[in-house]
Design a protein around this ligand. Structure first.
Ligand SMILES: Nc1ncnc2c1ncn2[C@@H]1O[C@H](COP(=O)(O)OP(=O)(O)OP(=O)(O)O)[C@@H](O)[C@H]1O
Length: 284
């Protein structure tokens, strides 16, 4: 069985000469929940955008990205059938990417557009069972009662949950979430992360989530991939992250991160059966 995600020797230079990714190789198996961490500018978003086939790697490089054995891009060329492949990948953005003026239910139904005839998608004609599917997805993320509201009237946390409901309706087997909680308050962040963990657990969805908050990465993701100046400098158990690595990744900010992660004594991030920052999974 092919891996959920396979990345081989991914390099990216932007036209201004900046190298955002350096020889990134990574394999993620089906059903994993992986956190992508690293300081601002380390390349997390750029990596996820390459995986989604939104950005092409350096031309004539040996790069290869495959999702479930299907080529997303190779040698800096995005696969010609990327639209079909993208339909299998859910993308959750920091800024939600909902259509503000449309009702929440319609925003969720957008996840079905790749599956219905084009004439129906143009007319936004959805069948009762499709609406029922969207309502069920909204119920799973806890906002079914908001289905008739315009997306713009939802709170940030609710909008992000609607965006996740859209990926549920889409039937995505791989969900890429790019800093999904960066603009949310702690309670909304918890709800969004709980939902991502639930779809990982219950739907066996592979989730790759970029996060600024190391404590959240440790709490929710058994595996962490850390980027530093576009290079993978750590790929392993989140419980085995060390203060030394966090200092390398985040510089002076690391002390703040360590304090957040383990409040009482700048406790070492050594593997332990019950790390102090691991809270019991909370219900959505
Ligand atoms: N379109 C672009 N043109 C030039 N440079 C870019 C472009 N997009 C990103 N970069 C640069 O590539 C590097 C990686 O950026 P990226 O947004 O991937 O980092 P990040 O880890 O996601 O940061 P943040 O956590 O702040 O979102 C940065 O140095 C950024 O300035």
């Amino acid at each position: 069985m092919p891996a959920a995600l396979h990345i081989h020797r991914l390099n990216k230079h932007f036209p201004n000469g900046r190298q955002a990714l350096r020889d990134v190789s990574l394999t993620v198996q089906h059903g994993e929940m992986v956190a992508l961490i690293g300081a601002s500018g380390s390349g997390k978003s750029t990596l996820l955008r390459h995986v989604a086939g939104l950005v092409a790697a350096d031309a004539q490089s040996p790069s290869l990205i495959e999702i479930d054995g299907c080529c997303v891009q190779q040698g800096g060329r995005i696969h010609h059938d990327i639209r079909r492949l993208r339909a299998q990948v859910g993308f959750v953005f920091q800024q939600f990417n909902l259509v503000d003026r449309l009702p929440v239910l319609m925003n969720v139904l957008v996840g079905l557009l790749h599956r219905i005839p084009r004439w129906r998608s143009w007319l936004r004609l959805f069948q009762p069972q499709e609406c029922a599917l969207a309502l069920e997805a909204l119920a799973r993320v806890g906002i079914a009662d908001c289905h008739a509201q315009r997306a713009s009237t939802l709170s940030g946390g609710q909008q992000q949950r609607a965006a996740i409901a859209r990926t549920l309706v889409q039937g995505a087997k791989v969900v890429l979430a790019d800093e999904p909680i960066a603009s949310l308050d702690p309670e909304s962040s918890r709800k969004v992360m709980d939902i991502l963990a639930r779809i990982n657990r219950e739907d066996r969805c592979t989730v790759i989530v970029s996060l600024h908050q190391v404590d959240v990465a440790i709490k929710y993701c058994p595996r962490v991939v850390a980027l530093h100046h576009g290079q993978v400098v750590y790929d392993g158990a989140s419980s085995a992250l060390t203060p030394a690595l966090l200092r390398r990744l985040y510089g002076v900010q690391a002390d703040e991160i360590l304090a957040d992660a383990a409040p009482p004594a700048a406790a070492p991030c050594v593997p332990s059966p019950t790390p102090q920052w691991t809270m019991a999974p909370a219900a959505v």
